[in-house]
Design a protein around this ligand. Structure first.
Ligand code: ATP
Length: 260
């Protein structure tokens, strides 16, 4: 494996009495596609939010390209860009697609509007949605909104190319999509990984079987605050780990307790 981009060491996080992450060690390597799976409520989104620097762990250390992160992302930029695609597309409803995708550039760059427009159009083309910049999110389907949020996540400022996202964190990017729309998103994730130069390494949280198999190379299973299993995609079918067997088959009986 190549060099570690992001390392979590001994990460713990509780909400009240609920210990969601319990002394987790996890590394994301350069060029890696890491799938994070596990039952609902086991802290998959929480781990992404910790990696993104949106919430602070209670204990443990986070290293970004070998440099320890102090505080949250808002306290100082990481040495590499981390983009996030949320489960909900999280677009601003009152802004057009163009204003959403170019949001950060319109807010904080000195680029002329025409140049931002070009860059937005370039990203929209990459996600297969050219020419929709003047529409509003409410006019789009769920799958289109997700693709627009991708376009926003991969936007970088050509004045500061080093700030472009090198790592993307995908939180259930295919949740609620039909199988064909899911395939489009899965292909897009892999396509961006190989062509964009930017989104070459990523972690993806998903419950969908096709997304697990098509977008991840290495998988970890989170349960009860711990990484309980890790292996390659082909190993999810051959392992006799009882947690993976139950999770992938959807059986109610087994070591994973059904909540609710
Ligand atoms: N800000 C918060 N305040 C209180 N509890 C929280 C907060 N964020 C998450 N939790 C709790 O932490 C646990 C883990 O939540 P998280 O969203 O990380 O799970 P998940 O594995 O991503 O779940 P799902 O698969 O259902 O999306 C849950 O019990 C959730 O209720």
């Amino acid at each position: 494996m190549t060099e570690p981009l992001i390392e979590l060491k001994g990460i713990s996080k509780s909400f009240g009495n609920n210990k969601v992450l319990d002394d987790i060690d996890l590394t994301i390597y350069q060029g890696e596609a890491l799938g994070i799976i596990g039952p609902s409520g086991t802290g998959k989104s929480t781990i992404l939010r910790v990696i993104a620097g949106l919430i602070a762990p209670d204990a443990g250390e986070i290293y970004i390209q070998g440099i320890r992160r102090e505080g949250l992302i808002e306290d100082g930029a990481d040495p590499l860009g981390i983009g996030m695609v949320f489960q909900q597309a999280a677009l601003f409803d009152s802004l057009t697609v163009e204003e959403n995708v170019g949001f950060l550039l319109y807010q904080s760059s000195k680029l002329p509007r025409a140049r931002i427009h070009e860059l937005v159009e370039e990203k929209l083309e990459m996600v297969g949605l050219p020419g929709i910049g003047d529409r509003y999110p409410a006019e789009l389907s769920g799958g289109m909104r997700k693709r627009v949020s991708f376009a926003r996540a991969i936007m970088s400022n050509p004045e500061h190319p080093e700030e472009g996202p090198e790592v993307v964190l995908y939180d259930e990017p295919t949740a609620g999509l039909d199988p064909i729309a899911s395939t489009v998103i899965e292909d897009l994730i892999r396509q961006l990984q190989s062509t964009q130069g930017a989104c070459g390494s990523y972690a993806i949280v998903t419950h969908q079987d096709s997304t697990i198999r098509r977008t991840a190379d290495r998988i970890i299973l989170l349960y009860q605050g711990k990484v309980q299993w890790q292996g390659t995609v082909s190993e999810i079918d051959s392992t006799d780990n009882a947690l993976i067997r139950q999770f992938m088959s959807g059986r109610v009986s087994g070591p994973i307790q059904v909540v609710g």
